[in-house]
Design a protein around this ligand. Structure first.
Ligand code: ATP
Ligand code: MG
Length: 361
């Protein structure tokens, strides 16, 4: 997978710009607040389907303008694509494939595969379970379009069930049982499917990240990545979820929230059997996080036959010399787009100087 060029219009501080990317490493360098991350954000929008940093996408529309547009030109095998995004200030955004508007925004996911590294990923291990679920969801969605579909349906049903639980707290006479049974049925079936994808992905992660971690650290410690489904270990997860969602409703009504399901899953990460979140050193945690991100690229390659594009926003300056050298050598033959303030350590890279939303090759 490659992106050959991108065009930006009224996106963040970019009034209008066309950027070309090298087949290998492209470095976007410049002082702070010039528009380096803005480019990474714009490119990754196509991989993830939404911005990785704006809660409200209209924030990305250039101040004083009404609509932001991005085009990304990609190549996958021999197939060339023009992907487009349009973000109006007052309406939801739209995506385009070869200038044809997608009916659903989720259709864009999987067309352009990329792995993003940013400083917040270095906390993948010690942060709460939500960041690890998020890692899984983004990684799996890009290679398994159906997963995305199930996840979307699951999240919508979860919102409906939570609304029902709150309604039941306000009005005990409402027809709770019948509705709950329908939602529990739907959630259990979707949770079962989501679980299977996660289980398979984490098994691949365990194999890949373990090897990468050992290579990176040269250590004898063995990391493990295990899926910890909120349903526990059960033969029939679907039946188990249905049971959980119908057996504890008094408590759920009191809490006004669904307490069981894949939105409570966890990836358990350990080193030599000891939970990394509590026991790993900071350095080990960073190595684990990097190993997870590098594995994301390897697994994507295994599934699709092509490496994704690696986007490194500001991470290299956060790493010590050894880890930095390891990461760069692990992705040396791939297409990589890196941002940094000091361009010095890249010889032979395609260099783009960034200043005030302008890009100079
Ligand atoms: P750093 O090295 O600090 O990470 P950067 O080059 O990555 O800097 P960006 O995050 O890409 O910086 O760009 C930030 C700039 O974009 C800031 O000057 C900010 O004010 C500007 N900006 C953000 N959103 C908008 C917007 N909607 N309209 C205009 N400018 C914006
Ligand atoms: Mg930045």
């Amino acid at each position: 997978m490659k992106c050959t060029s991108a065009e930006f219009e009224n996106f963040r501080n970019i009034e209008a710009a066309t950027l070309r990317f090298g087949d290998g490493v492209t470095v976007l360098f410049g002082e702070n607040a010039q528009g380096k991350t803005n480019v990474i954000e714009g490119i990754y929008l196509f991989a993830r389907g939404r911005s990785f940093r704006a809660a409200k996408e209209r924030e990305a529309v250039r101040f004083g303008e009404r609509v932001a547009r991005i085009k990304l030109f990609t190549e996958s095998g021999h197939e060339k694509m023009e992907l487009g995004a349009e973000i109006p200030l007052t309406k939801p955004k739209s995506f385009y494939k070869n200038r044809i508007k997608c009916e659903k925004n989720s259709e864009i996911i999987g067309e352009f595969r990329a792995v993003l590294f940013c400083p917040s990923h270095l906390s993948l291990i010690y942060d709460g379970p939500a960041v690890r679920r998020n890692f899984l969801d983004i990684a799996i969605s890009q290679i398994k379009p159906l997963y995305m579909e199930y996840l979307g349906r699951y999240n919508r049903t979860l919102l409906q069930r939570n609304a029902l639980l709150k309604a039941a707290a306000d009005d005990p006479s409402c027809a709770f049982e019948d509705m709950n049974e329908i939602y529990a049925e739907q959630l259990a079936s979707l949770a079962d499917k989501i679980s299977s994808y996660r289980e398979e992905y984490i098994a691949a992660l365990d194999e890949n990240a373990r090897a990468i971690f050992r290579e990176m650290t040269g250590a004898r410690e063995v990391p493990t990545f295990r899926y910890k489904p909120s349903a526990g270990e059960h033969e029939d997860r679907r039946a188990r979820y249905f049971h959980l969602l119908t057996a504890h409703t008094d408590r759920e009504i009191r809490m006004g929230a669904t307490l069981f399901g894949t939105h409570k899953d966890e990836i358990e990460i350990a080193i030599n059997g000891k939970e990394a979140r509590q026991y790993a050193s900071q350095g080990q945690q960073r190595s684990l996080a990097l190993a997870m991100k590098l594995s994301e690229g390897e697994i994507s390659y295994r599934e699709s036959g092509e490496y994704p594009v690696f986007l490194l926003d500001d991470v290299l300056s956060e790493l010590d010399v050894n880890r930095r050298a390891f990461v760069l050598s692990a992705i040396r033959d791939r297409q990589v787009i890196v941002t940094c303030c000091e361009p010095s350590d890249f010889s032979g890279a395609h260099m783009i100087r960034v200043s005030g939303g302008r890009y100079e090759e």
